[in-house]
Design a protein around this ligand. Structure first.
Ligand code: CMC
Length: 436
């Protein structure tokens, strides 16, 4: 970051002298006011619940221009990565900063492939869960448990450990998600197959059985690969910030990523794709397209607490570029599977059309986000709704680990320790229990 010519002056109404705060600029995006010395100089904190105006770190990985609807991984637009590269190339880019050439890609893919199996003992750990447990509950446990099974890569201050942990996490997440699924339906776990692509292998572990050969459908393989690419990173969102904060204590990478999985589960974040599909199914069950108007009235009623899931974003105040790409994939998958007349897809299109023309959504700059169409694609592929967020976690793992490793390598990194505005009781004395 560079010191800007711009300076910020903070003045006070109580006679305290004004102070000057340095301003830094990045390469693109808003400048930041450096308030690190504010408390030391004034005894005051800043107040910013939800981090609406706070940059908690510097990062060179992902950039979002919410007004333009632009998403760049290491400078490359998501549209180009999604159409000209595959997920493995995207992982290499996020982790190491460059798109690999042929030889580097082959070496990276091989490295990931040779880490896809999980310790055999993990399935006995998994068997402790109820069969009907939510896959995200299982994933939170399994990812945390990796630190017990791979103890030789848990030192976050050791660059070699961080590298091995990164590859292990990227390689093993599909295996764990597929195991969680197979367990829920009582089918045998399928071991990874090294002659398949990352996405193809995931489909194999999900849908193959030991009874007959499984042939990967290339349209579905491409769709899964695109889902992974679109979800790979998204700068300092809630789960990534959770991973950074958790990792800032020096905990091991598996524990930090498990914290990210837990955060992602919430319906305002990664759980939105599951919530979005449930919403579509509920509207469909209550009468379908004829009920859209009624549903929209509930969404706009402030007392109803009903939200149009898959719409709105803290950063995008324009079309989420991932939603455009996901809609394209949705069309491709539905066509390949002969599901063009899928009622939920038609319903989603009807909701989108109304929302994009309705003043409530237009004035608040609420547009479809990535989750609006990803659920329809996944459902068409045969992925159960409860597993959607697990797949998001699988894809986001590379982003989490790239951000965690960037933080650890940053000389300015410190344990995260937000402050507070205290609104509770001042000091008071405990009364004897009989007198309370
Ligand atoms: N439906 C109806 N109203 C909405 C919606 C929605 N989906 N999203 C925002 N609003 C309203 C909100 O009520 C508020 O209205 P008002 O100004 O009258 O109080 C206004 O729009 C601004 O919203 P906000 O809640 O202050 O915005 P936020 O930045 O705090 O929340 C959000 C962002 C994503 C949590 C929110 O838009 C939301 O809950 N959307 C639905 C869930 C969803 O699709 N989440 C996935 C996000 S993309 C995937 C990911 O990155 O995890």
């Amino acid at each position: 970051m560079k010191l800007s010519d711009n300076k910020a002056t903070l003045s006070f109404s109580n006679g305290r002298p004004a102070i000057e705060l340095p301003v830094y600029s990045g390469n693109i995006g808003p400048e930041v006011i450096d308030i690190r010395k504010l408390y030391g100089q004034t005894g005051m904190f800043t107040y910013d619940p939800g981090f609406l105006s706070t940059a908690a770190c510097q990062s060179a990985i992902t950039f979002i221009d919410g007004d333009k609807g632009e998403l760049l991984y290491r400078g490359y637009p998501i549209e180009q990565l999604a159409t000209q590269c595959d997920f493995m190339e995207t992982c290499h880019l996020l982790l190491y900063g460059n798109l690999p050439g042929v030889a580097d890609k082959a070496a990276f893919v091989k490295n990931v492939k040779y880490h896809t199996m999980v310790n055999e003992q993990m399935q006995f750990f998994l068997r402790g869960f109820r069969r009907d447990a939510h896959p995200m509950a299982i994933m939170t446990g399994l990812v945390g448990a990796l630190s017990a099974f791979y103890h030789d890569s848990t030192d976050i201050n050791n660059a070699e450990h961080r590298e091995v942990a990164a590859i292990r996490l990227i390689a093993k997440m599909p295996t764990l998600v597929a195991m969680a699924y197979k367990y829920s339906i009582g089918q045998p776990f399928m071991y990874p197959k090294n002659d398949l692509s990352y996405a193809g292998n995931f489909l194999h572990m999900m849908f193959a059985t030991p009874c007959e050969p499984y042939v990967v459908n290339p349209v579905i393989e491409r769709a899964i690969d695109r889902i992974f690419t679109l979800h790979a990173d998204h700068e300092q969102n809630a789960s990534t910030s959770t991973v950074r904060l958790c990792g800032s204590s020096g905990t091991n990478p598996f524990a930090a990523i498990a914290a990210g999985v837990a955060c992602l589960w919430g319906p305002a974040h990664g759980g939105a794709n599951e919530a979005c599909l449930q919403m579509l199914e509920e509207i469909q069950a209550s009468g379908g397209i004829s009920k859209v108007g009624e549903f929209m009235n509930q969404v706009k009623d402030k007392n109803s607490n009903v939200k149009l899931m898959g719409f709105g974003h803290r950063v995008y105040k324009n079309y989420d570029p991932r939603a455009t790409l996901m809609q394209e994939t949705c069309n491709e998958v539905l066509e390949a599977l002969g599901l063009q007349d899928d009622p939920l897809f038609k319903l989603a299109k009807a909701l989108e059309k109304i929302a994009l023309e309705d003043d409530y959504f237009v004035s608040r700059k609420l547009y479809p986000n990535v989750d609006f169409y990803s659920g329809i694609v996944q459902r068409a592929i045969g992925i159960p709704v409860k597993l959607f967020t697990g797949i998001f976690a699988l894809a986001r793992t590379v982003g989490w680990i790239a951000q965690l490793n960037e933080m650890i390598s940053d000389p300015e990194y410190k344990i995260g320790r937000p402050r507070q505005l205290f609104t509770g009781s001042p000091r008071r004395d405990v009364m004897a229990i009989a007198k309370r």
